[in-house]
Design a protein around this ligand. Structure first.
Ligand code: TRP
Length: 377
């Protein structure tokens, strides 16, 4: 069924109806009113805001009220290190970096090797495997240009991180019942108690700077909307423990190359990794990118293509063509049949490869910087 979709922190399937999801999750749409308020402080709106890739929120009005009173916020987001990073993962982080710069905010970035151990455990892979992946993934985060003086990486299983987080995690876990976790995540009795506990770990960084400093600091979490349930569960707990609830700003998923669903590292053909070579990018897009073009050239010229279902167009729209005029021309030309699928693909390939060339250079450099980012007590 076209309208059946499922979104949990661990699975996203089907064609997501974001309006419906907003209602289901009980979040609020990111209105122009809020965007304009953001713009007052940032002067310009990031393309990911203008194009509504970030589309929903919780408590942004409160966060902006506090900010306008002089109460600055910190940022928190994270990555489940299950495998290599793809370009869809970068989207919320690119936005987070922009926020860091515009609001001069600290960032706490959590790598959840514990989560991936608990939820991905296949063939009895040890947690250390996921810790290694976390270090690899950290290079992609650093490459985006976060300020090392204001950015703290937490890798959950490292003693420095775990020792500091545990005290807060148990306080949070103490206030979440098994039945709440079952309702929020669809767990049943076959799930391990580690899986039940995990959400407490993800909840901690939103209050960690407050707990460490002994003063409440507002927190803004940019995140893929699939991660919302963790914070929905934790919201009341934060208040019970005397902390602020964090504000959340939710992103849509980046389309995979194939027809439906988000880009997924477990379906390699659907995915462009940050370390792919220009040739690989070209081949993947040419072979696999779902296209809105017609079956023959004559038909395409005559009836035109459908940009709204075309994966390349979606990527240009979401991020890779920030120029509104150029984008509108591509839309019109493709729809009228003037622009061919091969031309749209070439254009997209060039954009992605230009981005990746820079990213890969910075990713190399990041190897000598990682120590500066790891949190040390
Ligand atoms: N659970 C997230 C994932 O699997 C990683 C994560 C941890 C996260 N903390 C977060 C994501 C905070 C967004 C915000 O990718």
């Amino acid at each position: 069924m076209a309208n059946e979709f499922k979104v949990t922190p661990w699975t996203v399937t089907g064609n997501v109806d974001y309006e419906k999801l907003t209602k289901e999750f009980g979040t609020e749409p990111l209105t122009d009113e809020i965007l304009n308020r953001i713009k007052r402080h940032t002067k310009e709106l990031h393309v990911l805001l203008r194009r509504k890739v970030f589309f929903s929120h919780r408590d942004m009005k409160w966060l902006l009220d506090e900010y306008e009173k002089g109460n600055k916020f910190f940022l928190y987001t994270g990555r489940g290190p299950s495998g290599p990073v793809h370009i869809g993962h970068l989207i919320p982080w690119i936005f987070t970096r922009w926020l860091q710069e515009k609001f001069d905010a600290e960032l706490w970035f959590q790598f959840t090797d514990d989560e991936k151990f608990l939820f991905r455990k296949k063939d009895e892979v040890g947690i250390g495997e996921y810790t290694k992946i976390a270090y690899e993934n950290a290079l992609d985060v650093i490459a985006l240009g976060f300020n090392p003086k204001k950015t703290h990486f937490l890798i959950d299983s490292l003693p420095e991180t775990a020792g500091m987080m545990y005290k807060e995690a148990i306080r949070i876990a103490d206030k979440i019942t098994a039945s709440t976790a079952k309702a929020a995540f669809g767990f049943d009795d076959s799930y391990s108690i580690g899986q039940f506990f995990y959400t407490a770990m993800q909840a901690v960084p939103a209050i960690l700077p407050s707990a460490l400093k002994g003063v409440n600091i507002p927190c803004l979490i940019p995140l893929g909307v699939d991660q919302d349930p963790h914070f929905r569960v934790a919201r009341d707990v934060y208040t019970k423990l005397g902390f602020y609830k964090p504000a959340l700003i939710h992103a849509k998923f980046m389309a995979g190359l194939l027809a439906d669903g988000k880009m997924s590292a477990s379906i390699p053909n659907s995915t462009i990794y940050t370390t792919d070579s220009p040739k690989e990018v070209e081949e993947k897009i040419k072979k696999h990118a779902f296209s809105g073009g017609r079956t023959s050239l004559e038909e395409h010229r005559k009836y035109g293509g459908n940009p709204d279902i075309d994966v390349c167009y979606q990527w240009l729209y979401n991020f890779f063509e920030p120029d509104d005029k150029k984008l509108a021309k591509i839309y019109d030309d493709y729809k009228s049949g003037k622009m061919l699928t091969s031309e749209l693909k070439d254009y997209t390939i060039a954009k992605i490869n230009a981005f990746l060339k820079e990213h890969q250079k910075k990713r190399e450099k990041a190897k000598s910087q990682i120590e500066k980012f790891l949190f040390k007590a």
